[in-house]
Design a protein around this ligand. Sequence first.
Ligand code: COA
Length: 269
Amino acid sequence: MPGPLDVFRDNALAGHVALITGGGTGICRGIAAAYARLGADVCIVSRKQDVLDIAAKELSAQTGRTVIGIAADVRDPEAITRAIAATVERFGKLDTLVNGAAGNFLAPAAALSPNGFKTVIDIDLNGTFNASRAAFEHLSKTGDSLILNISATLHYHGTPLQVHASAAKAGVDAVTKNLAVEWGRFKIRVCGIAPGPIAETEGMKRLAPGELTDKMTAGIPAARFGTIDEIAAAAVYLRSPAAAYVTGHVLVVDGGHCVATPALGMSFS
Ligand code: COA
């Protein structure tokens, strides 16, 4: 059985340059790996240079492409602007921006401090805007650009202990639609991916620790968590010419989780 990334042609992304915030770990590291494997040069951005250095070295060794890491906090518009400029300086252009930097934790709304709420909005939502705004000038020169925003399905329903992240990701999806409308004429497509429960991610370790895994799996029609490569494959599709007419769309990749009504204990076959 081929893996999710095996269906793509070798060098499908040759000549591409991508900058991926949150690319040092988890899902966005998987997207960085997939893009580089298919021939792209990649800059990964997060707050910690030591994490980036290790990831960039490993990804370069695995893929044979140039992968660099530049530390910047997406909450700081000047820092992310500098990181984007340095990427363009190094690689000559920017084709794709993936906004994946995110912060999250479980917290009851009544106990969440205003600063806790603001912190997650600042990272996820404001960070997405800051990076997109800073990348616009470069992306608009390329003639075939993509901004890919990683959101979630939390805000499709009310999700307990997640008022901050749900509000932030709802905002991210709004940014996706609005920028798609405004920047289409600059040949910039703006899409999103809304991952469901994905195995071996920091998010799932924190949000669904071991004992909750079986309970959560029972609510997923696919009867399993997704894999990082399955999200990366969606990111490759959205970057590819196959998606040239797709913009303003958020692709849900969740094994059917968000469309399933809780089965109310009923069993069926
Ligand atoms: N529960 C409740 N509030 C929390 C919290 C938690 N687990 N973690 C942080 N906060 C609150 C803090 O109390 C603080 O508010 P206060 O000043 O009113 O006390 C505010 O959020 C900022 O926290 P701080 O740790 O100073 O912010 P930071 O910028 O260093 O880091 C996060 C914020 C969200 C990135 C941090 O929680 C974190 O490191 N998370 C783990 C990594 C992660 O989220 N990965 C992505 C998973 S999807």
